[in-house]
Design a protein around this ligand. Structure first.
Ligand code: SAM
Length: 281
């Protein structure tokens, strides 16, 4: 089928053609009959058909009308709905509500676990992840193929060069595990970068308790504004925007954080502790 379909670079189309990698992804997801799987960007269906064999229901959201038509023609699984839409604009809550209704789910709660699976086009991976995090109360987990650098940024801990705002934001809501890396040769056409598969298991409660999430994330963002600067210098620059009351140094001391440290060395817990002591209005 791939030979008949010309990959559109503008839509990030690098189709997975290594069947063993597809199998590894499906095994990592391990979908069950009580699961509703949402696949973003099914493309030519490398993962879709395998997902249909093992899940209760699969909803595949694809932006490219040519691929939607081809997938509808070539994949006739009864438990598959193909939605022709832009994943960045879709009303996900509505879609999940519609899919949960009208199907007799086999588990006791009569509600499926919602599992997201995607080999994401690299240019939209961060905005898609942000949208999925906003949907976290409806989603059980996400298994995503990403550009290796993005997967590293998401899964890294303090002390690593890759650790930053994206790591803290994702790890606040999810347990992030990098599963394995994938070489460009697994795709047609091959991308220029290495890829990695990552699992984000949505936490029942965020990793730390914060009084105001938007202030917490604003603080984290400001702390990483200039990675080479110390945390105290970054926060002084942003003091007004963050509405920080009182000296930054006192708050750092109260949170037992050396003012000469850089943001990349602070754990999610330390950011939360600092946020509580900054007395932001
Ligand atoms: N899942 C297939 C595979 O593994 O071979 C295709 C992966 S390809 C990297 C990305 C897919 O996402 C393409 O089919 C592309 O058309 C689709 N896509 C790109 N932007 C999208 C968007 N905004 N919403 C939904 N699908 C999108």
């Amino acid at each position: 089928m791939i030979s008949l379909i010309k990959a559109k670079k503008s839509l990030g189309q690098n189709f997975l053609t290594d069947h063993r990698i597809a199998q590894r992804i499906i095994d990592a997801v391990s979908p069950l009959p009580a699961d509703l799987v949402i696949e973003i960007g099914p493309g030519t269906g490398a993962l879709t058909r395998m997902l249909c064999e093992r899940s209760g229901r699969v909803v595949a959201v694809e932006i490219d009308a040519d691929l939607v038509e081809e997938l509808r023609r070539s994949t006739q699984a009864e438990n598959l709905s193909i939605v022709s839409a832009d994943a960045l604009k879709l009303d996900w809550e509505k879609l999940i509500d519609e899919e949960c209704r009208g199907v007799r789910w086999t588990n006791r709660s009569q509600q499926p676990r919602v599992r997201v699976v995607a080999n994401l086009p690299y240019y939209i991976s961060t905005p898609i992840i942000e949208r999925l995090l906003a949907l976290r109360r409806r989603v059980f987990d996400m298994t995503l193929m990403l550009q290796k650098e993005v997967a590293d940024r998401i899964s890294s801990g303090p002390g690593s060069k890759a650790y930053g705002y994206l790591s803290v934001m994702v790890q606040y809501y999810c347990v992030a595990t990098k599963l394995f890396e994938v070489a460009p040769s697994a795709f047609t056409p091959p991308p220029r970068v290495r890829s990695a598969v990552i699992r984000l298991a949505v936490r029942e409660h965020p990793a730390v308790e914060v009084a105001d999430e938007s202030k917490f994330f604003a603080l984290v963002r400001a702390s990483f504004a200039q990675r080479r600067k110390t945390i105290s210098n970054n926060l002084k620059v942003a003091a007004e925007a963050l509405e920080i009351r009182g000296p930054v140094e006192s708050a750092l001391e109260a949170a037992c954080i050396d003012s000469k440290r850089r943001a990349e060395t602070l754990s999610v817990e330390e950011f939360a502790s600092l946020c509580a002591r900054l007395g932001q209005r």
